[in-house]
Design a protein. Structure first.
Length: 507
């Protein structure tokens, strides 16, 4: 197969910091080439250079045997290079069709042809086998659905080189299978695909070759069929990662939380899942996993436990055996409940604020006196969390936007740990982060539960849930359809319960 792309001896500095050091990469026509590495390895920087986002760099880019200078993302797209960003590049108050055709709008008699764009958008959505209306506003879609719109937008460009940065990080298993069928079709058409993911099982399923980067440098390229997970992980982190889940023997205490017949009715025209008669308990020192397919109601359940939908939630909640009513997240925090949302950039962080400022958000009263912030007290608390969680950053005043995904997740966790929670709710805590950062978060969860903290974990990664949890509850269409202890659980049982359409629970 001919080479579509060669990137030779690429180096990039940001001020005095060297982000890339003499990196080379090539892509063949009709292949899927996985680009691997921990967060901060330099993958995104290299792809931003290729997609025209960064212009000042050392080295050469060669397309079809000819050296090129990519001076802007628009020029890159015109040369057949499209990128699906990990962080969605969509306008919330525009429709699906308008987002797909942004910058390439269809016109008729000098006016935007909305009907033509709706028709074209529908064709791309159907190609992905996704049932979304082209006229729907982006803000009304869930994160996974928005991700599929981003993929449809890239398909509309008919690119020869397609960069996919964590394309499955927020979509379901069935949507992932649909996407892989589309990728196979594009590969057969001669499109070269650069596939960035932290999910090793996807790399071995979809890629032809893989290249590993570490600390801004090129480590090596191998044929996917000629390697294995252990070798790839060692290349990525520079060390072996054993006992990934750090699961110690459970020391489960008294019941901390009990929920009986929790139901949730979303507002009209909402895309949220309704919940029906969910009952669940969590004990001190216990890690309870929540499994289910996308749209099963897992996130809505977490939000209800955190008091986010008090007016539309019914049922009873007990903490330490006493009935409580949570009218708001503030009530939940005061009762010792903290919640790290799945959307860390959209809902979990203020990206243009510092690490410390993000950590202080739920604690402004605690860190203030007579209307003034106690800066020294804040800084001591910030630094304690940075040290405890090993957040890699120049200092506590570093902007959250400049951190890798794993370190951003640690900032979110640090914030909620500062509140001194007794129950910590984690919704997709490792989504979009590398294996090294995952291992650190797994260890943190194990340590916290060992100290007596109750933890509720939502994850789409079944091996992760099985490895972390003492007990797993499964949701399907807003109902509990299964509950399994550590000794009896398996991926097959979880999938069976997650695909049931009846509310009957399987023990």
């Amino acid at each position: 197969m001919p080479k579509l792309l060669q990137m030779e001896h690429i180096s990039k500095f940001f001020g005095v910091v060297q982000a890339l050091r003499d990196v080379s990469f090539d892509l063949l026509a009709g292949e899927v080439h996985a680009l691997m590495g921990e967060n901060g390895a330099g993958k995104s920087t290299l792809m931003n250079i290729l997609s025209g986002g960064f212009q000042n760099y050392e080295g050469k880019i060669i397309l079809d045997g000819e050296p090129v200078q990519l001076k802007s993302p628009i020029q890159a797209r015109r040369m057949g290079i499209a990128k699906i960003h990990q962080e969605l590049q969509l306008v919330p108050y525009m429709t699906v069709a308008e987002n797909i055709y942004m910058g390439q709008e269809k016109a008729k008699l000098g006016f935007v042809d909305q009907a033509a764009m709706n028709k074209g958008a529908q064709e791309y959505l159907q190609e992905l086998e996704i049932d979304i209306s082209p006229a729907c506003l982006i803000k009304d879609l869930r994160v996974g659905e928005q991700q599929m719109v981003e993929i449809a937008k890239a398909l509309s460009l008919h690119s020869r080189i397609l960069i996919m940065d964590e394309p499955t990080s927020a979509i379901s298993k069935s949507e992932t299978r649909h996407l892989f069928r589309v990728i196979a079709k594009l590969r057969d058409q001669g499109v070269g695909i650069i596939y960035i993911t932290h999910r090793l099982e996807e790399v071995f399923q979809i890629s032809d070759r893989l290249t590993v980067m570490r600390d801004g440098a090129y480590i090596g390229t191998v044929n996917t069929r000629e390697t294995d997970e252990e070798q790839v992980i060692t290349m990525m982190v520079g060390r072996d990662i054993k006992n990934m889940f750090h699961k110690a023997g459970a020391n489960i205490g008294e019941e901390l939380l009990r929920v009986e017949k929790l139901s949730f009715t979303p507002p009209p025209a909402s895309f949220r899942r309704s919940l029906k008669d969910i009952s669940l308990s969590v004990h001190a020192g216990e890690v309870v996993g929540v499994a289910g397919l996308m749209g099963a109601g897992r996130s809505e359940f977490c939000e209800c436990l955190f008091g986010m939908h008090a007016k539309t939630t019914t049922g009873t909640m007990e903490i330490d055996g006493k009935t409580v009513e949570l009218g708001s997240p503030r009530d939940a925090i005061e009762r010792g409940i903290s919640f790290a949302t799945e959307d860390r950039k959209g809902l979990g962080l203020v990206l243009q604020r510092s690490i410390g400022e993000n950590m202080s958000l739920p604690l402004l009263r605690q860190f203030s006196r007579l209307g003034f912030m106690q800066n020294s007290k804040e800084r001591v608390s910030w630094q304690k969390m940075v040290d405890q969680l090993e957040i890699k950053a120049p200092g506590v005043h570093t902007l959250a936007s400049s951190l890798s995904g794993g370190n951003q997740q640690k900032v979110v966790l640090g914030r909620w740990l500062l509140t001194g929670p007794r129950l910590l709710i984690l919704d997709e805590p490792t989504r979009g982060i590398d294996v090294g950062a995952k291992s650190e978060i797994y260890k943190l969860i194990s340590d916290l539960s060992g100290q007596g903290m109750a933890i509720l974990v939502v994850s789409s990664d079944m091996p992760e849930l099985i490895g972390l949890s003492d007990r797993i509850v499964v949701l399907c269409e807003g109902r509990v359809t299964g509950e399994f202890g550590q000794a009896e659980v398996s991926q097959e049982k979880l999938l069976w319960a997650a695909t049931r359409t009846e509310g009957t629970q399987h023990e």
